[in-house]
Design a protein around this ligand. Structure first.
Ligand code: MN
Ligand code: MN
Length: 462
């Protein structure tokens, strides 16, 4: 890698300015959108500005869809799809981008609140692959929704405004952590220990005095929430605070949830960039939930949401038949986009340096992911990779082709294999990050912008 130049050196001044401007918007998005729901509503806001319309409304009106029409589909507010019909509508292959918008975090349990020794605490159950010790003694925020029995859904965000209080999980002082210190890192701290400190002031009613009751009074007053409402609430504990520039030269961004909003945001923005033109092929961006826990459930990639929504859109375009549907799924071309494990000099030993993704060299194509002999991976065809190489070389887009890490060193998966089940051409293309799955992850600004360019070129030329 030593002789090749980074994007910092090869970008023109105009490209550098565009990359910086793009990343300013990305930081705003990342600071405001820390749950899958917040990502869906954030992207829908951007799509509506570009003339996208809700599929549900189009269905109600029975609107006939034609080339150039732009549709968004939300699945329970936690997973979504953008579709822009091209000249070919559904008569030729469609081009798909996909990423996930769920990130590792700590969820509240259904009955979370208890009091112990003068503290009001919340029991939690972590979501996705976290290293538990990383979440101790950090400012944390609470994001989520309360679904009331009367049908109202109340949004809650506490800990992001500088005037808000924050929450946290306590750590043990080094003076007295001898037992913890001698244990392996994976067992020193258990999931049941991840209790969030939530309050410390008791109510003022004598013997009945309780911190717990005081917390419930505050929740009632501010959010019209009763204790039973925890049963139908979805509360996520995430790192508090905005995304920020990282490094004295401001070349990187530190944010919560780069995995995988960094690919989801850039994919969605790439598609929205074509809102004012009629493209040749139909464009699709899929932003999915539940990837971090196996792509399961109604809002995960394995659900029938994608094909059901596509069937509705094909039907409104007058092109739905079972056979057409099968053809569209099996001839589609897809970039499944997820972050990759950027080479880190602090942990060089986990990589084969000749096959490692580096910061500032552009998005990374993964022919395969998986682990233990490519287990569980979607192994992309070389013919498909050749098509992508041609598009990127013709349009001067930088990319790398790499592995996640050393053979038998570990592994990881994405949504690629699930789309592969439709028999479509799909390959992983992701942005390198450091500290993946930590509360604060980092990535290079030029990789973010180059990925955006790469998604745009794929949509236009594939
Ligand atoms: Mn991911
Ligand atoms: Mn992940």
């Amino acid at each position: 890698m030593g002789k090749k130049k980074t994007l910092w050196e090869t970008y023109t001044p105009e490209q550098l300015a565009a990359a910086n401007a793009f990343c300013e918007d990305y930081k705003v998005f990342m600071s405001n959108c820390k749950t899958e729901r917040e990502c869906v509503s954030g992207i829908i806001d951007l799509a509506e500005e570009k003339g996208y319309r809700d599929l549900n409304e189009l269905l109600k009106e029975g609107t006939e869809l034609k080339a150039g029409d732009k549709i968004y589909v939300s699945n329970r507010g936690k997973m979504m799809m953008l579709v822009q019909l091209g000249e070919c509508t559904f008569k030729e292959h469609i081009n798909i981008l996909g990423g996930h918008i769920d990130s590792p975090r700590i969820d509240l349990k259904p009955t979370p609140l208890y009091e112990d020794s003068g503290f009001g605490l919340m029991k939690t159950h972590y979501y996705g692959g976290i290293k538990k010790y990383q979440w101790l003694a950090l400012p944390l925020a609470l994001h989520g929704v309360i679904a009331k029995k009367d049908g109202r859904v109340i949004n809650v965000v506490i800990g992001e405004d500088p005037s808000d209080p924050v929450f946290g999980i306590t750590d043990l002082l080094p003076h007295f952590d001898k037992d913890m210190r001698t244990k392996p890192i994976g067992t020193a701290f258990t999931g049941e220990d991840l209790n969030v400190s939530f309050g410390s002031i008791p109510t003022e009613d004598g013997e009945e005095s309780s911190v717990r009751k005081n917390i419930l009074n505050i929740l009632k007053e501010k959010y019209d929430m009763d204790e039973e409402d925890f049963l139908s609430a979805e509360f996520e504990i995430v790192p508090a605070g905005p995304a920020r520039d990282y490094g004295i030269d401001r070349g990187m961004i530190m944010a919560y949830g780069h995995d995988d909003r960094i690919c989801s945001y850039t994919s969605a923005l790439a598609q929205l960039a074509y809102a004012d033109t009629v493209t040749k092929h139909t464009l699709v961006s899929l932003l999915v939930d539940k990837e971090e826990i196996g792509s399961v459930g109604a809002t995960g990639m394995q659900s029938r949401f994608f094909e059901n929504a596509m069937a509705e859109i094909m039907n409104l375009a007058g092109e739905y038949t079972e056979l057409n549907m099968r053809r569209i799924l099996s001839t589609a071309k897809m970039l499944s986009s997820d972050v990759t494990n950027g080479f880190d000099p602090n942990y060089a030993s986990i990589h084969d340096k000749n096959n490692a993704p580096f910061f500032a060299f552009g998005p990374t194509l993964h022919k395969y992911t998986g682990g233990g002999g490519k287990g569980g991976s979607n192994d992309a065809s070389p013919e498909f990779i050749a098509e992508i190489r041609k598009i990127y070389d013709d349009n001067e887009i930088r990319f790398q082709l790499a592995e996640l890490g050393k053979v038998d060193g570990g592994g990881g998966g994405t949504i690629a294999y699930i789309m592969g089940n439709y028999n479509m051409d799909v390959i992983d293309l992701g942005i390198p990050v450091h500290s993946m799955h930590a509360p604060w992850e980092t990535a290079s600004k030029v990789d973010i912008y180059e990925a955006y360019r790469a998604y745009k070129a794929f949509l236009e030329f594939m």
